[in-house]
Design a protein around this ligand. Sequence first.
Ligand SMILES: Nc1ncnc2c1ncn2[C@@H]1O[C@H](COP(=O)(O)OP(=O)(O)OP(=O)(O)O)[C@@H](O)[C@H]1O
Ligand SMILES: [Mg+2]
Length: 261
Amino acid sequence: MILQADNPAVEVHDLTVMYNKKPALWSVDFSIPGGTLAGIVGPNGAGKSTLIKAMMQLIPASSGYVKLFNQSLDSVRNRVSYVPQRESVDWDFPASVMDVVLMGRYGKRSLLSRLTKADRQIALDSLKKVGMEAYTGRQISQLSGGQQQRVFIARSLAQEADLYFMDEPFAGVDATTEKAILDLLLTMRKEGKTILVVHHDLQSAKSYFDWVIMLNTRLVAAGPKEDVFTPELLGETYGGKLPLLMNVGELAARKDFPVRE
Ligand SMILES: Nc1ncnc2c1ncn2[C@@H]1O[C@H](COP(=O)(O)OP(=O)(O)OP(=O)(O)O)[C@@H](O)[C@H]1O
Ligand SMILES: [Mg+2]
């Protein structure tokens, strides 16, 4: 079940990525409409982070190509923002919270121009949006995991991009923060941004996202959530772990999930 988007902000064509001759992604093909909050779901090791890294050209693809706003990443780099999975970041790097968020502004400036007062204001506003404005001078190594996550989201917001790739932004944050981040993403969608989020929890995935990508090395499904959230496709994605998820499957089948406007 692969439904292609009209007016896509993201197109992935026949993307294959190998690590040591072993495929982590195999011939993945999908698109995402502009102005959508989309989710990537799949089990551990499914290739979710690999997919985002390949789209950001952080790792090479052995075949296929990606188009963002109908162009290559190089032509639209300053319209694209990436939040890496928390575990993949070196948090001992000596930098303050403000330094980290200001990094989001460098892409907007030429090499020789300095960051301005306006950049600092945008960084501070971004920190406010994630409730971290009280920590500007703190070293990032001295934050809790959930706080580090929020700082990285603030850095991404400070980029003022049009397309956001976020690898598990909800991992390790408390319920209140999760709600605050979700509200933020919904506001961004209203402003016309396109957001692609790797997410682990299937229950909330069904209510959070408009469009869902189901991945397990191969693409299992992609399309509006109403079309792809079926017991069959969930089973195909999660394989042997399906019994754990039967409840979700039944709920999905009953189609009684609230649909968020
Ligand atoms: N640098 C690497 N070298 C070799 N193999 C890798 C490397 N990075 C990832 N892999 C392997 O590629 C596969 C996909 O990994 P990836 O991190 O993309 O999965 P994921 O879906 O993001 O998983 P998780 O839910 O645990 O974050 C896994 O089998 C992983 O072991
Ligand atoms: Mg991952």
